[in-house]
Ligand binder design. Structure first.
Ligand code: G6P
Length: 367
């Protein structure tokens, strides 16, 4: 057919490796040719008048919403609510007058997300959708479509659509920040230039695949795996755990690193790999201190960080997975690569069906 594996063993491998190109395609659409401003179909919204933005999705797309909440709140100072669509739609939450709601989806057909969109429409929200399939129901029903430019995604586990969602949402958060006066032109240019660096940083992260494969082969033997992160890295920890469980059937949980001491640390023993996501930035010191709490209880820590973070980690870390140094703003985009590669290679090591995991569907169009 027109979509083949392009020499890769699985669609998922092909789609992971396509990300530098698909991310570059998205960045080219969402930033100005001078690379100092964002361009977005959402430019006509009254971002300054908005009280709150609501973001709703399922699965991996929900974790893109969780990262976007961080961006909208910290960069644009815009309060953001997030929810999974199956909860949002039946709770029928009160929504602000003249509010805006963003529905994030690869397919644009997920039944719960589409129903959530229709509920928001009934509540007079301005409807945005960050969606890969531009002919989908969500794209048709939205006021504003934020395309992902990822191309067809075949692997059931979403990869390049996720990084496309992050780029579209990062650009929209910068747009909101500028409109709300939360950043000036110089700061906007700095954020845009960070975003422009994301495709090359993804390429760099993916080029370290052999390191990820080695760690993955060891993780593939575990019964339980914990993923820890703070801030946007909590979202990536959730995404990493989702990917691992759906592809390998190993029990995995993502946790906010600071919440560890309130329960999950009881699970830590010498058999439990604990994957710590800690790019250098305002939260890295706190995360590394949580990592040391795990190590003090004989947990086997696999640290994913940049060279500076790996150096700061000190002795006794079980495995280090070095990632490229990146502006903290784009770290969630860059760290998608190692968590995808870990899950992919753990699945290959276990011999599970990477592109079509048991019990899962690419697009869930029924309830
Ligand atoms: C399924 C897929 C996931 C995907 C989710 C949402 O569960 O297995 O990979 O994240 O649906 O799909 P959507 O098309 O709305 O992004």
């Amino acid at each position: 057919g027109s979509v083949d594996k392009g020499g890769h063993r699985h669609f998922m491998a092909k789609e992971i490796h396509e990300q530098p190109a698909t991310a570059a395609a998205a960045v080219a659409q969402y930033v100005s040719p001078g690379r100092d401003r964002v361009l977005s179909p959402a430019a006509s919204l009254d971002w300054a008048g908005l009280e709150r933005v609501t973001l709703v999705a399922c699965g991996t797309a929900f974790y893109a919403c969780q990262v976007a909440k961080w961006w909208f709140e910290t960069v644009a100072r815009l309060p953001a609510e997030i929810d999974v669509a199956s909860e949002f739609r039946y709770r029928e939450p009160p929504l602000p007058a003249r509010g805006a709601a963003v529905f994030v989806s690869q397919s644009g057909e997920t039944a719960d997300t589409l129903a959530a969109l229709r509920y928001a429409r009934s509540q007079n929200q301005t409807i945005l959708t960050a969606v890969n399939v531009e002919t989908s129901s969500m794209a048709r029903e939205a006021d504003v479509v934020l395309p992902l430019y990822a191309g067809p995604e075949i692997g059931v586990a979403s990869t390049k659509a996720f990084t496309g969602q992050l780029i579209a949402l990062a650009a929209t958060a910068i747009l909101a920040a500028r409109a709300r006066g939360a950043v000036d032109a110089a700061e906007e240019a700095r954020l845009v230039s960070a975003l422009c660096a994301a495709p090359a940083a993804l390429a760099d992260a993916i080029s370290r695949e052999a390191d990820a494969a080695r760690v993955a082969a060891e993780i593939a033997r575990a019964r339980d795996v914990l993923y820890l992160g703070r801030g946007p890295m909590h979202a990536l920890a959730m995404e990493g755990a989702l990917k691992l469980k759906e592809l390998t059937y190993i029990h995995a949980e993502g946790y906010p690193a600071g919440e560890l001491k309130h329960g999950p640390i009881a699970l830590v023993d010498e058999r439990t790999p604990v994957i710590v996501l800690a790019p250098t930035g305002p939260l890295s010191e706190k995360t590394l201190s949580n990592m040391h709490e795990v190590m003090a209880r004989k947990g086997r820590v696999a640290l994913i960080s940049d060279a500076a973070g790996c150096a700061a980690a000190g002795e006794g870390v079980w495995r280090m997975l070095e990632a490229p140094a990146a502006d903290p703003f784009i770290a969630p985009i860059v760290y998608a690569a190692p968590v995808q590669l870990l899950a992919y290679h753990a699945a290959v090591a276990r011999g599970t069906d990477v592109d079509q995991p048991r019990n899962l569907a690419k697009s869930v169009t029924v309830e």
